[in-house]
Design a protein. Sequence first.
Length: 295
Amino acid sequence: MDGCRSGVPTYEGDLHVVAAAHHIVKALGATKNLSDDLRKILIDLDSHLSMITSNIDSKGGRGLVDVEERLDRAERKIMRWETDPMMIWDSGPKEASDYLEAVDETGKLVDGLRGLSVHENRKQKEILHRAMNILQTAMSRLEEELIHILVRHGQQFEPKSMYSRSIRKDIVYDESFVSVEDEPTKETSSQNCSNDESGECIVDLVHADVIPDIKSIAKVMFTSNYGPEFCEAFIIVQKEALEQYFSFLGTENLSIENVLKMEWTCLSSKMNKWTWSMKIIVRVYLASEKQLCNQ
């Protein structure tokens, strides 16, 4: 029956439903004592509802003006650093915060647009493609910033310090492993060693002041589904650091051919040195690396 049909057009009815859902999400977001995970879900849902509203508006003739304006603002903040020789995190906390906010906003726009059907809307498809390109540019920049932070603020051990700790931890030590100049002496490193029941010696591989910066970069990259890229950049730096520690300990890389030609006395000495070095690496470096990753 015609009298039973709604007098509200489908377009306006959709807006009313989305507006009601938006209101509920806002109300829930204002609730105190929410967990971080739940609050993030509500923020993402709020962004997605905004995208749905924009999509409905486009069908109603108002276009994707709001989405484009948001993307324009984020793009300006992101792209200006592509021509700036300065590193973002060296420029100050405000610059870093503004950049991360712009990247986060772009990521939300990408997620929101992906959640909508773009096949029938050419303009919407163009905006999505543009947002994805901006996000890719930002992710590449964040990789560079991460590597710069890890390298600049990395804290290295002195070999003497590591030898001294190894003896205190009852690691078998042979004085022939090192030269006279490198013999264990009184602790001279400024690093503070935190010991635990396992005999591990935990130190800061990266200055504590930049841990929040690393975490903020990780959060944005993982949220934007660029977790593998973050891990790759992190591993590049830490792998080089690990190789340096082996070098500090005088551990040589030997080919199979060299090993087969070596006399047993010499080979046995090198094997003992490798064993000793690995114990230091495991108890000091890898234990500290684990703590850094857990942070």
